[in-house]
Design a protein around this ligand. Structure first.
Ligand code: HEC
Length: 144
């Protein structure tokens, strides 16, 4: 009886260890945000906008390029050219309709059935970085 109990406890402990470890690895892989210095960009307040306040701003485009490289490229591809893991962001709609869709995804990420396809970035690197990335993506836009 005691032996059986010990074995069960050991199996449980092993399982717990393995799942904790696996979860840690996944979380680490998904959320390794690269900090983005947006202090050069005009402040836009706390409230989330639906229209890009930095469109065409050269500083935003530069900051956005490196913010994209550090946070998005591993899924969406270098230079915004997708290798197929995640949608190709060159084809996002330009202008205000595309802005709203973009910032929603950026802010909240994408999950279905409890699976995280894309982690949320809104609280992690913030609104200013999001619009900077959007400004850079505009320069890579392609008509589909
Ligand atoms: C862990 C991988 C991953 C990372 C990192 C990631 N994404 Fe995504 N993203 C995805 C996937 C997968 C989808 C498709 C989600 C779906 O099918 O609903 C997606 C969808 C999107 C969409 C919607 C695309 C469309 O065509 O509708 C936008 C916009 C987007 N991501 C922007 C970003 C930005 C900006 C970053 C970096 C700040 C980023 N993503 C980082 C995986 C990722």
């Amino acid at each position: 009886m005691t032996r059986r109990y010990e074995r069960a406890a050991m199996i449980a402990a092993t399982l717990l260890f393995t799942t904790t470890f696996a979860l840690k690895v996944t979380a680490h892989d998904n959320v390794t945000p690269q900090p983005v210095d947006t202090s050069k960009l005009p402040d836009i307040g706390e409230e989330w906008r639906t229209v890009n306040p930095y469109r065409g701003n050269p500083d935003a485009i530069k900051i956005g390029e490196s913010a994209y490289g550090g946070n998005c490229a591993r899924c969406h591809g270098l230079e915004a050219i997708s290798g197929g893991i995640a949608p190709d962001l060159r084809y996002l709609e330009v202008g205000e309709a595309g802005d709203e869709w973009f910032i929603g995804r950026y802010r909240h990420g994408a999950s279905r059935d409890g699976k995280v396809f894309m982690p949320p970035f809104g609280d992690i690197i913030g609104q200013k970085a999001g619009w900077a990335i959007r400004s850079w993506l505009d320069t890579k836009h392609q008509e589909s």
